[in-house]
Design a binder for this molecule. Structure first.
Ligand SMILES: [Zn+2]
Ligand SMILES: [Zn+2]
Length: 136
């Protein structure tokens, strides 16, 4: 409750501003509509390790087919391409915590998206770990 109140106060004092171009942020994010739209989403990826596949790629990647990893599924919502790599390096080497907040929020929203929920909650529940990942 206090953190929600502090979050509202923070947005009132410091309204969301795009970390990439400085325009007004949208949807409570420090990204403008254009930069949000242009993020490199990892839509075509290996369902097991999340490695990006070439356009039109389907099924597991060659590595997972040859030697399956010890995990069943990985989720990587964005590709490590501009501007995502820029945000990560600014956080990691520049100490820009606003990048952590943005990347964390983008990850949370990707996990909460219906497409992710539809394809992933069934496999998580099947393994008996639903309580760890279930909604609050
Ligand atoms: Zn922008
Ligand atoms: Zn793979």
């Amino acid at each position: 409750m206090i953190s929600a109140w502090l979050g509202r106060l923070e947005r009132l004092i410091l309204p969301p501003t795009c970390l990439l171009c400085g325009a007004v942020g949208v949807a409570g994010l420090d990204l403008c509509a254009g930069c949000l739209r242009d993020l490199p989403r990892n839509r075509t990826a290996c369902p097991r390790c999340a490695t990006p596949l070439p356009p039109g790629g389907i099924g597991a990647c060659a590595h997972c087919r040859a030697q399956p990893p010890d995990f069943d599924r990985a989720f990587v919502p964005f590709r490590y391409q501009p501007p995502v790599d820029f945000l990560i390096t600014r956080l990691k080497f520049g100490g820009r915590l606003t990048c952590a907040r943005l990347l964390g929020e983008l990850k949370n929203r990707a996990i909460e998206a219906p497409a992710f929920q539809k394809t992933n909650t069934r496999s998580i529940q099947k393994k008996g770990k639903a309580s760890r990942y279930s909604k609050k």
